[in-house]
Design a protein around this ligand. Structure first.
Ligand SMILES: Cc1cc2nc3c(=O)[nH]c(=O)nc-3n(C[C@H](O)[C@H](O)[C@H](O)COP(=O)(O)OP(=O)(O)OC[C@H]3O[C@@H](n4cnc5c(N)ncnc54)[C@H](O)[C@@H]3O)c2cc1C
Length: 533
C-alpha cells in the first residue's frame, strides 16, 4: 500500500495537466494509467517500421495558451507550427476550396461571389461567440445545488460572473449564441451561404466526433466547439505539434515530473475505494492499493461510475442517469505510411494545400447521407474523410521523401447493426476509406505501404474511449456546461466526497484543451485549503 495526497486515474493530457497544477501548489500527486505510455488519446507511436504518427488525436488548436505557459511546455520541448494552408476541400467536379491566411476570400469568390461577400461577416460572428466561450473554458460553469448554504452562495456568485460575461454581448449576439447552442449547423449554413464547399468547410466541424447529421439540432454547437482554439496567438487556426500529439503529453509529463509527480504506467485501476461515503484511494489490477486524500478521475464518466466505483456506494438515481450518458462519435481512425505524397485531381502536384486539413465531404447533403447510411448499414458508402499529412510540416515522423497521413473518418456506427462485430469488418472499411481518398487523389491507394486501423471498438479497447467516443461523451446540450457530466456535478466534484472529475467528461468537454484538468485542480486545491488551511 502507498499513500499520497492525490491519486489521479489516467495519464491522458487532462490527468497530467491536473497533476502538474496540484504538484505546483505543493501536493503529493500520483498518476496511474493502464497503458504503456502517457498521453491517452494524445500520443505518437510507430505504426509501421520507420513511420510514426499521432495515433488518435492528430491536430492542435484547442490546447489552452495559459496551460502551455503555466506548464512551460515550450521549455519541455513542445513546438507547435501552423499549417501553411488551413483547409482544402476538393469536389468531384474538379473545383476546390482552399482556406488560410490571405487566400480564403479569393478562393470562395471563385465558387460564389455572394458567399465571398458574406464570409467575413459569418466568420466574425462565430469568432465573437467563440471569444465568449473562451472566457468560460478555464472556469467551472454554474453548478446547480439544492438547499441554502456555502455552496449555494458560491454558485450564486459564479452565476453572476457568467451573466456578466454574457452581458457584454449585444442582444443580436445573444440571439446568435442561442442559435449556436440549439440549432443545426446545416440550417445556419444554408441560411448564410450558397456554395456546397463553403457550407462543407464549417459543416465538417459540426460532425467531427458527432455521430449525427449536420442537420441535427445542436450540431451548430459542435461547430462552435472547434472554433475556440488558437495556434501561437492566432485565433481559430489549427496547427501541428512537431513530433505529433505525443509531443504535447511528453512535455506535460516532463512538467509534472519536474514538480515531483509520480507517474506509474501499466497500472490499471480496478476499483475506487470508498469508506463512509468518501473516496479514499484506488485498488489496482495487481491488488496494490493507493490511499489518498483525493481521487481525481480523467476517464469517461460512464466508465468511472459503471465499472470502477462500487454501485452500492452511489445514489441509485445517479447510477441510473450515468448509465444513459451518451457516448457516440461515429469515428474510424487510420494512419497510413505513404511512399509518395498524394496528388489531388482538383489541384495536382505538391503545394501548401498538402499541409492543410483535406476534407473529403463536398457538401452537407453528402454528410447527411453518410450518417443515414451508417445508421442503416454500419458505415457510409461515401464516408467523410479528413486527410492530414503531418510529414509535410514535420520531418521527424518518417524517412525523407516518404510521408505519413492521418485519416479521420466519419460516419461509422459505434456498434454495428445486426450484432455484427467491428473485428470482422475493420479491414473492409479501411479499404473503403482508402478507396474514397483515391477517388479524389488517384494513385493514393497504390502509395500506401503500411496502415494502422482503429475502429470504434479498437478506440474503446486501446484508450478506454467507450463507444469510441473521442470526447468522453457527446457534446449535446444535455451533456454540456452545467450538465457535464450531470446537473449538480458540473463543479468537478462527484457524488462522493473526495472524488473529482478531471477529464473530457467534465466542462468544457473533449479535445486536447487541458481545461478540465486545470479546472479540477483548482477545485481540489480550494477544498484542500478549506480542510487543511
Ligand atoms: C480518433 C481521435 C481523434 C481526435 N482528434 C483530435 C484532434 O485532432 N484534436 C483535438 O484537440 N482533439 C482530438 N480528439 C479528442 C481528444 O484527443 C480527447 O478529447 C482528449 O485527448 C481526451 O483527453 P483526456 O485526458 O480527457 O482523456 P484520455 O486521453 O482518454 O485519457 C484517459 C486515460 O485514462 C486511462 N485509463 C482508462 N481506464 C483506466 C483505468 N481503469 N486505470 C488507469 N487508467 C485508465 C487511459 O488509458 C487514458 O490514458 C481526438 C480523439 C480521438 C479518439
Amino acid at each position: 500500500m502507498t499513500e499520497t495526497d492525490v491519486i489521479i486515474i489516467g495519464a491522458g493530457h487532462n490527468g497530467l495537466t491536473c497533476a502538474a497544477y496540484l504538484a505546483m501548489a505543493g501536493l503529493r500527486v500520483k498518476v496511474v494509467d493502464r497503458r504503456k505510455v502517457v498521453g491517452g488519446a494524445a500520443v505518437t507511436e510507430e505504426f509501421h517500421p520507420g513511420f510514426r504518427n499521432s495515433v488518435a488525436a492528430y491536430t492542435v488548436s484547442l490546447l489552452n495558451p495559459r496551460i502551455i505557459a503555466d506548464l512551460r511546455l515550450a521549455e519541455h520541448g513542445l513546438r507547435i507550427v501552423e499549417r501553411r494552408a488551413q483547409n482544402f476541400l476538393p469536389a468531384p467536379d474538379g473545383s476546390y476550396l482552399l482556406t488560410g491566411e490571405g487566400r480564403t476570400r479569393q478562393s470562395i469568390a471563385r465558387l460564389s461571389e455572394r458567399d465571398a461577400a458574406r464570409f467575413d461577416g459569418f466568420a466574425h460572428e462565430l469568432e465573437v461567440i467563440a471569444d465568449v466561450l473562451r472566457q468560460f473554458l478555464l472556469r467551472a460553469p454554474p453548478n446547480v445545488v439544492e438547499g441554502f448554504g456555502a455552496g449555494s452562495i458560491r454558485e450564486a456568485v459564479n452565476a453572476l460572473g457568467t451573466a456578466n460575461i454574457l452581458r457584454k454581448l449585444t442582444l443580436e449576439q445573444q440571439r446568435n449564441l442561442l442559435d449556436l447552442f440549439t440549432r443545426s449547423a446545416g440550417e445556419m449554413l444554408d441560411d448564410a451561404f450558397e456554395s456546397d464547399l463553403v457550407k462543407a468547410l464549417y459543416g465538417f466541424d459540426a460532425i467531427v466526433g458527432n455521430y449525427a447529421s449536420p442537420y441535427a439540432a445542436g450540431s451548430a454547437y459542435v461547430m462552435l466547439h472547434h472554433a475556440f482554439g488558437e495556434v501561437n496567438g492566432k485565433k481559430g487556426v489549427w496547427g501541428h505539434a512537431i513530433g505529433g500529439m505525443g509531443a504535447i503529453t511528453q512535455a506535460m509529463a516532463k512538467a509534472a515530473r519536474g514538480h515531483g509527480v509520480d507517474i506509474v504506467l501499466e497500472a490499471s485501476v480496478r476499483e475506487v475505494i470508498v469508506e463512509r461515503d468518501r473516496a479514499v484511494g484506488v485498488t489496482l489490477d495487481t491488488g496494490e492499493t493507493v490511499r489518498a486524500k483525493y481521487v481525481a478521475s480523467s476517464v469517461n464518466p460512464k466508465l468511472l461510475y459503471t465499472r470502477l466505483v462500487p454501485p452500492d456506494a452511489l445514489p441509485a438515481e445517479f447510477v441510473g442517469r450515468i448509465r444513459n450518458w451518451r457516448n457516440a462519435s461515429g469515428t474510424f481512425r487510420m494512419n497510413v505510411a505513404l511512399n509518395a505524397p498524394p496528388s489531388f485531381a482538383a489541384l495536382p502536384g505538391s503545394g501548401d494545400h498538402l499541409t492543410a486539413g483535406i476534407i473529403i465531404a463536398p457538401g452537407l447533403g453528402y454528410m447527411d447521407r453518410a450518417w443515414q447510411d451508417a445508421r442503416a448499414q454500419g458505415w457510409s458508402r461515401e464516408p467523410v474523410v479528413e486527410v492530414l499529412i503531418p510529414s509535410t510540416l514535420d520531418d521527424t515522423l518518417c524517412p525523407p521523401g516518404q510521408h505519413v497521413a492521418s485519416l479521420f473518418c466519419q460516419h461509422v456506427a459505434p456498434e454495428l447493426p445486426g450484432g455484427r462485430s467491428w473485428d470482422d469488418h475493420r479491414e473492409e472499411v479501411a479499404d473503403l476509406m482508402i478507396a474514397t481518398v483515391d477517388q479524389y487523389a488517384p494513385g493514393f491507394a497504390a502509395s500506401v505501404i503500411g496502415r494502422q486501423i482503429l475502429s470504434p471498438l479498437d478506440l474503446e479497447r486501446q484508450f478506454g474511449l467507450l463507444g469510441g467516443d473521442i470526447f468522453h461523451g457527446a457534446l449535446t446540450l444535455n451533456q454540456l456546461f452545467s450538465a457535464r457530466p450531470m446537473l449538480g456535478h458540473a463543479d468537478y466534484r462527484g457524488p462522493l466526497k473526495g472524488l473529482y472529475h478531471c477529464g473530457s467528461g467534465a466542462h468544457p468537454g473533449g479535445g486536447v484543451t487541458g481545461a478540465p484538468g486545470h479546472n479540477a485542480a483548482r477545485v481540489i486545491l480550494r477544498d484542500h485549503r478549506a480542510l487543511f488551511g
